[in-house]
Design a protein around this ligand. Structure first.
Ligand code: PRP
Length: 209
């Protein structure tokens, strides 16, 4: 049986990814990111699953270590790997936004920007002609303007509760984000089963309209 490997993103996207695989006929009851086995198999279906941190999914797909992956558009824009993005899966919807204290950047000509997305931030502010210093963060980005490390953040806003809890507001929307299905370019050309899975996902997405 032809085997296809898929990388799933750990964290808040995971529930919807599993739901999608279940919906197209893959029994995911026995796979889990907590399992010590790093490569897990869906019995009798020829699908192997690896659970990765978001930033690692495009790398594994580009190198063909896995044939396909599910990851947020934010990560794809930030890491810019050579792969095919074939479907907007319509879950994991959120925004990338610039946020800070209300009125906190009034009159400032140069901004310090804390973000997990330095490439997106650089491009966004360059396009506006805004002078910035980008300060790369690994997490808890909202802390930066609170403690004075930065003037603003460029980060994911989903419910907005982290911003509210820290007295910050959205100053500018950057773009909408959602989960995407990505493919290794060689696998796409050579693995029949991969195309079948894409068709099943397409059908599922159309049915879900
Ligand atoms: C993300 C993001 C915000 C928060 C937004 O962080 O960086 O901090 O979620 O979600 P909300 O609008 O629903 O409050 P995550 O939880 O992934 O943790 P991290 O800060 O450690 O990266």
């Amino acid at each position: 049986m032809e085997v296809v490997k898929i990388a799933l993103t750990k964290g808040r996207l995971l529930k919807d990814q599993i739901k999608l695989l279940q919906a197209i006929g893959y029994d995911c009851n026995h796979i889990s990111p907590q399992d010590r086995r790093l490569v897990q198999e869906i019995p009798d279906k020829g699908l192997q699953v690896v659970f990765l941190k978001a930033q690692d999914v495009p790398t594994y797909v580009e190198h063909g270590i896995v044939d396909m992956g599910i990851v947020g558009k934010d990560v794809l824009l930030e890491v810019k790997k050579k792969l095919y993005e074939v479907a907007d899966l319509r879950f994991g919807r959120c925004h990338l936004a610039v946020a800070g204290r209300k009125g906190g950047i009034d009159g400032k000509r140069h901004l310090k920007v804390a973000t997990k997305y330095p490439n997106i931030a650089k491009e966004f502010f360059a396009a506006k002609g805004q002078s910035v210093e980008i300060i790369k963060q690994e997490g808890s980005v909202e802390l930066a303007p609170l403690l004075g490390l930065s003037d603003v953040i460029l980060d994911i806003v989903e419910t907005g509760s982290t911003l509210r809890a820290n007295g910050l507001v959205v100053l500018e929307e950057v773009m909408e984000i959602s989960a995407r299905l990505v493919l290794n370019k060689v696998s796409y050309k050579t693995k029949l089963k991969l195309r079948q899975i894409i068709d099943e996902i397409d059908l599922q997405l159309k049915g879900g309209c």
